[in-house]
Design a protein around this ligand. Sequence first.
Ligand code: PLP
Length: 393
Amino acid sequence: MTIATHIATFLEKSSWIRKMFEEGARLKAIHGAENVFDFSLGNPYMQPPETFKEKLKAIADSEQIGAHAYMPNPGYPFVRQSVAQYLKKEHNADITENEVLMTCGAAGGLNVILKTILDPGDEVITPAPYFVEYGFYADNHGGTLKTVQTHPDFTLDLDAIEKAITNKTKAVLINSPNNPTGQVYSKESIDRLGEILSRKSRELDRTIYLLSDEPYRKIVFDGTRVPSIFAAYPNSLVVTSYSKDLSIPGERIGFIAINPEAQYKTDLVSGMALANRILGFVNAPALMQRLVAELQSESVDISHYARKRELLCNGLRDCGYDFVKPPGTFYLFPRSPIADDVKFVQALQDELILAVPGSGFGGPGHIRLAFCVDDQTIADAMPGFEKAIRKFK
Ligand SMILES: Cc1ncc(COP(=O)(O)O)c(C=O)c1O
């Protein structure tokens, strides 16, 4: 064995993603990329906003001494100040730069948090369907991911979460707007979750953190608001990135914000600064930090995603697909017409449509479609979507 058994097992576990990737490449080579309808990846197709490019050029041209040097591990103080200023309004909380730590994307941020809070054997509870990397991240730091099903419309099943909490639970990790379902959890459910965590922490005499992974916070439709977790529960942290809303996932920039009311705030801040360093990130990319400091309220034009959502939902509804219309993100999670979602994904592939089986997200019997594609792809794929469902309905 050339690599660790553990990683070899993980490779095997995630092999369906690899297979789909390979299958997509094979189909594109045979039929031409323009004839394959690829809904498989959450890779934003839109260009970043114009202001991103303008400011990037200006920052690249500046002659500031030390602009490329090491910095404090949590990031430049002026950048964290700018983020805090924005968060103050967005979360209606008294956040300062001391509660903000710049990270290498949301993925980097999640690993920093989990490295800081998990002891071996600790459990992290997450509602399913969920972003599949969470299991790997928990494992990276000696923890285990425990999933709890949501209701059929993908809203939180709070009773199930409460039942899942034990004296091993260290955190509950939510993701709203959610990948893969697009669901946004209501303020009422977040408040109730906060009450449950307060009660359980007291009962078990144990700090249980509420973690909210929010890279899609700005990608919401029809006036949807994503409630803040900070008012609901003190021992809480938000982790996010600019990957999706600025269309820059390759630039690896995001941040963690700690609830100013968190009980062990000083320890968390020190622990996370150290974790950022010793995980090998050291600090978030310097150039991107400078840039996002000036782009706090910016995003790509969300109306494009709103339009794509309408195109896809209307088209699929007419073909007979069943789904919850997503209030946020650029994902749709329709029910597969047959229980075997992998088989249905294969039927879609026969029509040159690439989707991901819901099983891979802890949501069997569904498929995930990422609609961060151009309008034409959605329109051109419709006859194939119809043909595929007709085989089973
Ligand atoms: C729910 C969720 N969390 C975290 C990430 C990772 O984001 P980033 O690329 O900013 O690290 C993604 C990326 O798709 C995601 O969907």
